[in-house]
Design a protein around this ligand. Structure first.
Ligand code: ZN
Length: 324
């Protein structure tokens, strides 16, 4: 038995990278049943703990890219996955609209497991960064408890970094300022990716393809090719792929994260948990845990905004997220 990481999956087929080879694998029906059981019961803190009929859960693939698996090697480039090791974390989404399935229960589908880094990518200009969208991506990373770093591309278009960058640095998110035209910040950024599973999030036009090509020749083109084939995320249920890096690790590209995480029932209580700088103030308001931080007197978060200890833009993102 050998251990490997799932890099690609299509219907019924998984591409697994081991230390020294790449195997195309299947999974046994026995394992599938076990995994379905685990899927519903392994994480008591998550929304998935709710009881689901077996019919419901069987539609979800129990193996995600990024999973560490134990497999048997058939010796001819194929293998069979016999075990999936416990996940450190995961990025999930709703597998399908519950109404379409004739059920009220949300169904989780894991898109990537064992993620080391979430990397929102924005251009310094052309198009101008949408900081509210960045806050949304960062909140999703907080829900999943995955570290995030911010990458700004096209720095050659500006004389100085955007002023907003400082807000994010101050609350502890590393920011990489890059330019492929001027070869700026690329070595440092590549080093950050080394040996890790990274999820890139950013709309087309922010320069992701050039950035990836600059990190590793041809990488951006390979990612693009697959994106075009799979219709930019439309078919993420049937084809998912992580691209291996020469420096070790791999990258997953996604056009957006709106579909990930935010639906989670766990965070309905207080969205302020998803804003690092607000989290320590939760409970300190006059109305304690009942405070919605919108208009209450004695709200510790509103006071911090008034005192410029919390950026107004971040607070507005909080309000926006609260409203849905
Ligand atoms: Zn408050």
């Amino acid at each position: 038995m050998i251990q490997g990481t799932v890099f690609k999956k299509t219907i019924g087929s998984y591409t697994v990278h081991t230390d020294d080879q790449v195997l195309v694998c299947t999974i046994s029906s026995k394992l599938r049943k076990n995994l379905v059981y685990l899927f519903g019961h392994s994480d008591p803190s998550s929304a998935s703990k709710r009881v689901m009929a077996v019919d419901d859960i069987q539609s979800v693939d129990p193996i995600a890219i990024g999973d560490t698996v134990i497999l048997s090697d058939s010796g001819d480039g194929t293998g069979m996955i016999v075990e999936v090791l416990a996940r450190r974390n995961k990025l999930s989404r709703l597998a399908a609209d519950p109404k379409d399935r004739g059920s009220q229960k949300p169904l989780e589908q894991v898109i990537v497991a064992n993620v080391d880094l979430i990397i929102p990518v924005f251009a310094a200009a052309n198009p101008a960064p949408k900081w509210n969208m960045l806050d949304r991506y960062l909140a999703t990373a907080e829900i999943a408890e995955i570290p995030a770093v911010i990458c700004i591309t096209k720095m050659d278009l500006l004389d100085a970094p955007p002023a907003e960058i400082e807000i994010y640095q101050q609350i502890g998110y590393p920011v990489y300022l890059t330019s492929t035209a001027q070869s700026q910040g690329l070595d440092e950024f590549r080093e950050t990716l080394s040996g890790k599973i990274s999820v890139f999030v950013g709309k087309s036009g922010v320069g992701k393809t050039s950035l990836l090509n600059a990190i590793e020749p041809g990488l951006g083109l390979r990612v693009n090719e697959v994106n075009q084939r799979t219709g930019k995320g439309k078919h993420t249920t049937t084809h998912q792929e992580m691209f291996p890096l020469q420096v070790g690790g791999g990258i997953v590209d996604t056009p957006g994260m709106r579909e990930f995480g935010i639906w989670s029932t766990e965070i309905e209580e207080d969205f302020a948990y998803l804003f690092r700088e607000m989290r320590p103030l939760i409970g300190a308001c006059h109305f304690g845990m009942r405070c919605t931080h919108t208009s209450e007197p004695g709200c510790a978060i509103i006071e911090a905004v008034e005192q410029a200890k919390i950026a107004e833009s971040r607070y507005h993102s909080y309000l926006k997220m609260r409203d849905g």
